[in-house]
Design a protein around this ligand. Sequence first.
Ligand code: SF4
Ligand code: SF4
Length: 399
Amino acid sequence: MPTAEENKIFEKAQDCVRCGTCHVIYTTRIKSMRFGKQCPPGTCNLIESFYADGLMYLAVGLMREQFPYSPRAVDTVYSCTQCRYCQTICEEYVEAQTMPVIEELRNKAVREGVGPLPEQKKAIERFKRTGNVYGTSPDKKFSWLKNYSGKAKDLSTGGKASALYFIGSHYAFSPFTENIPASVAALLDKAGIDWGILGDAENCSGYHALALGYADLFKASAQKNIDTFNQLGIKQIIVSCPEDYSTFNLRYPEIAPLNVEVIHTTELFHRLVQDKKLKFKQHKAKITYHDPCHLGRYCGLYEIPRQIIQSIPGIELVEMERNRMDAWCCGAGGGVKLGKQDYAIAVGKDRVEEAVSSGAEILVTACPICIENFNEAKAQGNYPIQIQDLADLLCQSLA
Ligand code: SF4
Ligand code: SF4
């Protein structure tokens, strides 16, 4: 029996008019049929039920108790990368709110014990045990400090600073991004920022609990972080991971007030470039930029990363066919990478192929999940392109 709260959210699903607009790039922006498609699960499975309108049908059917929540329906719901393309494009026309419905479909799956997918369940167990979905020992989060001799303060032991650099689990634990915190640290020091870290006391943002449908677990971990952040006496939290950034900015305020500014590293670097606190030397390269879903469609940061890249003398920035609000998801978001590794990489390959077809030598982005998935996609397809994090590019280009 659906709860009243469930029904309230699932009623939004009836706003979908099944127009199919969210299956493709809007026709005036389409450049080729090869890259004219949207919605990774719909495109990969070529079955209507995997697109947003299929998920909206599913929600209405469950609300009306027309059928039970079957294992096949669970697989469909957890194939969505929560890229937000459907809602972004839909908001321009009928204002259907697909994302809250998809989130509630996952919450319902967890409440009824039918979801998430087996590997995602294991990841959540690791999160409960170790504080991160990878199950890595928290002290590894700061292994980059071994070679660091800069100005960071330890805020967990009473150190005071105006900003906290929140490292984030994925940046710290993925072999593809574990050195990026050192690049960010070098940039913060170079610009003279008064900053610190939380050391072992840094907890995961809870993004994966939220994405996979564990609403109560997310609330508890968010509340813990909000209490910690509000007590630190900082003015700003500097965040590199787009999932953490959108979770802090868009979802934490639903739990309790967070009394500090949350700023993404790209926003901070942009300010620092404008204030001439970061200057770059000549760096000749042809680069394309991938918009991470949680930075672009979730938070509207499309131009700032491009402006920073273009502030490096010698860089030529070229666009992929699907860019800004039309960007194709890397394939790993929404906890999909934790549950459906091969599918995530197949989606990532589509984006790497698009980057190669732009003529770029380097695919730059600002998200650890995208960086990891693109590297794994690149290894499978042996594509002639380098994958690089924006902070690493800036650090390498410092004058
Ligand atoms: S979610 Fe919006 S864009 Fe997609 S089919 Fe429904 S009404 Fe059309
Ligand atoms: S959020 Fe993205 S992956 Fe999920 S249904 Fe919408 S367009 Fe498809």
